[in-house]
Design a protein around this ligand. Structure first.
Ligand code: AMP
Ligand code: MG
Length: 318
């Protein structure tokens, strides 16, 4: 029997009983558990094989719920929350003592957001606790953007996947922290840097592991297919370097017209939003085809293109 279901009441029962439920969000599917249940949180780390140094994002239903977990909200955090919540923005704020250390990897800050998906908002509204929910994939692998992706990863490990269709945005949230009240970008994501800067002004980016002990878990290799992957401007030139191999290509909008090569076009009309929503599904599909290499085309380096290049870059790292 499939563990994919739309029964929100069943999800409430399982989560209340310290079980995990995969939940839909507008970014990617999350593997959710009660933040106050030590058992549930341990299950998240063990199911994902996620190292404990990598802190979890807490999902809440309303701005009001924020007061129960943080001690201080910088002015610019208030502006960003007002502009973008519910939505694909995670804020890293000073936590209060009720938030378990295992959620935050021992840090005195907690990452939090209000997701923008009607099913998960309805679920959160019924629960008396927030949900910790990292992406519902084994540590390091491609994030799931459909219930079927989660099922392929975890059908023997969890009891329920709450079905909310395909994730509209398709890549993870953008993460903003604060150093002396000044916003810093820790992770590029589904909300563009340009949109954020329009609200709070120019922002410093610290999204490399080595420059950012503040944001553990920004690993160089992440979001990675099993198939060896390359990210290039000129896909046709890269194909020539892999003569005789089984090749899959991931292009933005224009076909290469190479009949013997598996090709996925992410958005025929050149929409970066559409490309982002298709990106991980395409990577899952190519990775399932027993190819020798995947060659991905670099996106223009702005807006969602910048976020997608970041993910593809981490997918190529050996
Ligand atoms: P995800 O794997 O999508 O759930 O995102 C979790 C990521 O959020 C972590 O790998 C960190 O980069 C970031 N994060 C979570 N909590 C914190 C925190 N307290 N301080 C800084 N970054 C955090
Ligand atoms: Mg993840």
């Amino acid at each position: 029997m499939s563990i994919i279901s739309t029964d929100i009441e069943q999800a409430v029962r399982l989560l209340t009983d310290a079980q995990l439920v995969a939940i839909p969000t507008e970014t990617v599917y999350g593997l959710a558990g009660n933040i106050y249940s030590e058992k549930a949180i341990h299950r998240i780390f063990s199911t994902k094989k996620r190292p404990f140094f990598n802190p979890l994002i807490v999902h809440i239903p309303t701005v009001k719920a924020l007061e129960k977990i943080v001690t201080h909200i910088p002015e610019k955090a208030k502006l960003l929350a007002a502009a973008f919540w519910p939505g694909s923005l995670t804020l890293v704020l000073k936590k209060n003592s009720t938030v378990p250390d295992i959620i935050t990897a021992g840090k005195d800050t907690v990452a939090v957001r209000i997701p923008n998906h009607p099913v998960t908002l309805a679920l959160l509204a019924k629960l008396p606790f927030p949900l910790a929910a990292p992406s519902a994939n084994p540590f390091g692998s491609i994030s799931p953007t459909k219930a079927a992706h989660v099922e392929a990863y975890f059908k023997n490990d969890i009891q329920m996947i709450l079905d909310g269709g395909s994730c509209a945005n398709g890549i993870e949230s953008t993460i903003i922290g604060f150093e002396n009240e000044t916003p810093i970008l820790y992770r590029l994501g589904a909300l563009t840097l340009e949109d954020i800067e329009a609200v709070v002004g120019k922002i410093t980016i610290k999204n490399k592991e080595e420059e950012s002990p503040e944001a553990p878990g920004m690993l160089a290799r992440h979001y990675a297919p099993k198939t060896s992957t390359f990210l290039v401007h000129d896909v046709a030139a890269e194909i020539k370097k892999h003569a005789g191999k089984k090749i899959g290509v991931l292009v933005f909008k224009t076909t290469l017209n190479t009949p013997d090569i598996v090709e996925i076009i992410l958005s025929k009309n050149g929409s970066m939003q559409e490309a982002a929503s298709n990106l991980y599904t395409a990577m899952h599909a190519l990775d399932a085809q027993q190819l020798d290499v995947i060659i991905a085309e670099k996106f223009p380096e702005f807006g969602l293109g910048k976020s997608m290049n970041d993910r593809l870059q981490r997918a190529t790292f050996k």
